[in-house]
Design a protein around this ligand. Structure first.
Ligand SMILES: Cc1ncc(C[n+]2csc(CCOP(=O)(O)OP(=O)(O)O)c2C)c(N)n1
Length: 323
């Protein structure tokens, strides 16, 4: 069934929000107003928003280091993200996580620094959901580079053996840091590895939001119905460099040119305008509203209170008897 107009507008809005937040981040860095480096997910918005769009609030999300996409998609708002990014007391983790976003209310446990260390932890949350019969699904969102980490094997093996409610959502953006996929991986696709564990899989276009949403929706339905894990691989391209301080020079200009023609936001906007779901005036208004929302979120977060010296020793160990 096709997505409703309201749903497509909601997904489009979220993609715009993600792009605007990350552009703002880059601008603040360039202006010297902040020192927080960033890994931007420019060009990958239809993946991060499409994989999180069909999740329920109670579902558990393991996200990546790359930008804010999946966190916005799961329900975080720009003000909360910025307060955390800037290390403020009002942040989601009281400023102690910064780029490592987490939100208990949204069932986003953490973002690992040591990539791939969370494969088995995600399998653990899926096992807990199954044992507690909670109906929750765990979505493990991961870059193709991190699929080469050793923990991927026991995680997929046990998830399949125990028929756990988990979706392995692989974002293949063609790079692992400064290496093209062809330089670190012997195959073009990652998802067929799932077949080795008897896990069904699908490989889809990562630039079209309806495709990414529907493929994930199907995978989540499968996992929630007790049939066990499902793997989806989304083919996209990282239009940003690896991180904000990356000197670049290794990305082929012809690749950038080709993939820019299929920018996920442009594709979605074109569809919305062609089908007259929105007018150009409404589209301009939406962009302006989002820009204002992000600017206000950043300014509000910048003026929030910094942690105090005492805050450094709270929430680390249980307080009782420690101090
Ligand atoms: C165990 C470990 N090794 C290396 C790194 C350094 N590192 C940070 S991001 C990254 C690239 C990961 O590639 P991928 O999983 O494809 O995600 P992408 O950055 O492309 O979104 C690497 C190697 C790390 N954080 N942890």
């Amino acid at each position: 069934m096709a997505l409703s107009n309201e749903k497509i507008i909601e997904l489009y809005r979220n993609m715009l929000l993600v792009r605007t937040i990350e552009e703002k981040h880059a601008k603040l860095l360039a202006e010297g107003r902040i020192q927080l480096m960033g890994h931007f997910g420019t060009g990958q918005e239809a993946v991060s928003i499409g994989v999180t769009g069909p999740l329920r609030k109670e579902d558990i999300l393991f996200g990546t280091h790359r930008g804010v996409g999946e966190y916005i998609g799961k329900g975080m708002n720009p003000k909360d993200i910025w307060a955390e990014y800037l290390g403020k007391r009002t942040g989601l983790s009281k400023g102690k996580g910064t780029l490592h976003l987490a939100d208990r209310d949204l069932n986003i446990p953490f973002v690992v620094g040591s990539l791939g260390a969370d494969w088995s932890i995600a399998v653990g949350t899926a096992l807990a959901s199954k044992m507690k019969k909670t109906d929750q699904v765990t979505l493990y969102f991961v870059g193709e580079g991190t699929c080469n980490q050793a923990d991927a094997h026991p995680a997929m093996n046990m998830a399949a053996l125990w028929k756990l409610p988990i979706v392995f959502a692989v974002c293949t953006n063609q790079f692992c840091e400064m290496s093209y996929m062809s330089e670190h991986c012997p195959t073009e696709d990652i998802a067929p590895r799932a077949a080795g564990y008897g896990i069904p899989y699908e490989i889809v276009d990562g630039q079209d939001i309806e495709t990414t949403y529907k493929a994930t929706e199907k995978a989540i339905k499968h996992a929630r119905s007790g049939k066990g894990p499902y793997c989806v691989e989304y083919k996209t391209f990282r239009m940003a460099l690896h991180f904000s301080g990356d000197p670049g020079g290794y990305v082929k200009p012809e690749d950038l040119e080709q993939w820019a023609k299929r920018d996920p936001i442009d594709l979605c906007r074109k569809k919305l305008l062609e089908k007259k779901i929105i007018t150009p005036a409404q589209d301009n208004k939406l962009w302006a509203e989002i820009k204002e929302e992000v600017d206000m979120a950043v300014e509000a977060a910048l003026s929030d209170q910094d942690p105090t010296t005492e805050d450094f020793i709270t929430d680390i160990y249980e307080q009782k008897g420690v101090l």
